[in-house]
Design a protein around this ligand. Structure first.
Ligand code: SF4
Ligand code: SF4
Length: 308
């Protein structure tokens, strides 16, 4: 048996999180099954944060697009003080997950990452000067959860395998890195613009709307993407999600990895300037024509009065 890591850290005394950092080969005592006395209690008070790949799996399971999924099954929240948007699963008025049934989770094979993790938690941190984040784990012991009283010892690593967490983590890794980087470099880079926040939301959570954006004429005019790449992005949600992470790094941190067409931004700015000038011209013409009408009306009414 591998002893649990000795490292401790401070937590509020009422927190269900155990104050011990765990590694993959540390053991926990836990089992969740249909016969446990607390069956469904965790899902009856669900607080589930969704990651991008969770949404792709869930919307595909439900046979709807991401925009409909977000409207029906999610609620937004802000991840940090700069308003980086996050998404949680919607619950009913009592706090129960909308996917909970008497028999358990109705989307079990496509349940979100957070549901697969429970009762472990991820502790992601980056040491100063290191390019990559380190992953450690926590154990969450909530009073209502009787799975901890079951006679089953398993390592964190094996529990994660059993729950199929690794594949999810792999696909969401870049998203977590973007959030971590944004949190650690936030004040130096500054608050993201509204447009960047909208792009973050669309690319992270609303993959079907993001596809329309990527396939739009304006996008194609700016970014130099091969036909082969476009074909993948058109058909494959996961490829599109990964492309979204790359684009976000480009927009949020200036990492130039998607080739831009030469002079595209200048051309776009010129087109915008022309459109603005055209709009202004129309506004001036409308204004003048209204003034002309008002003048005519005033003359007519003066004539009428003169005739009376
Ligand atoms: S998605 Fe499934 S496992 Fe997760 S909270 Fe909802 S019912 Fe429970
Ligand atoms: S054992 Fe824990 S995880 Fe399993 S149903 Fe009960 S509360 Fe939920």
């Amino acid at each position: 048996m591998t002893p649990m890591s000795e490292q401790k850290f401070d937590l509020p005394h009422h927190s269900p999180v155990q104050p011990t950092r765990l590694e993959l080969d540390d053991e926990i005592k836990f089992r969740c099954h249909r016969g446990v006395s607390c069956w469904n209690e965790c899902c009856a008070r669900a607080d589930v944060t969704l990651a991008p790949y969770d949404i792709i799996r869930l919307k595909t399971h439900l046979g709807i697009d991401s925009t409909e999924f977000l409207a029906k099954y999610s609620v937004p929240f802000e991840i940090d003080a700069h308003g980086i948007p996050g998404i949680k699963l919607r619950t009913d008025d009592s706090g129960a997950c909308l996917f909970m049934t008497e028999d358990g989770c109705s989307v079990y094979e496509n349940r979100p990452t957070a549901c697969r993790y429970y009762p472990s938690g991820l502790l992601s941190m980056r040491a100063l000067g290191k390019p990559d984040d380190e992953q450690h784990f926590l154990l969450i012991k909530e009073e209502h959860c009787k799975g901890h009283e079951e006679d089953n010892v398993i390592t964190i690593g094996d529990y994660r395998k059993e729950q199929g967490v690794d594949g999810y983590d792999e696909l969401n890794r870049d998203y977590y890195r973007i959030i971590l980087k944004k949190k650690s470099t936030g004040p130096t880079i500054g608050a993201p613009s509204n447009m960047s926040l909208q792009l973050f939301f669309m690319a992270s959570y609303d993959v079907d709307r993001f596809r329309r954006f990527v396939m739009s004429e304006n996008f194609i005019k700016i970014y130099d993407i091969t036909d082969e790449q476009y074909e993948k992005l058109e058909k494959d949600d996961v490829e599109l999600m990964k492309f979204g992470f790359t684009l976000m790094r480009q927009v949020l941190f200036g990492e130039l990895s998607i080739k831009e067409r030469e002079g595209a931004w200048d051309k776009r700015a010129e087109e915008r300037r022309e459109i603005l000038e055209y709009r202004k011209k129309i506004e001036i013409e409308e204004h003048m024509s209204k003034q002309e009408e008002a003048r005519k009306a005033a003359i007519d009414s003066g004539t009428d009065k003169a005739e009376i």
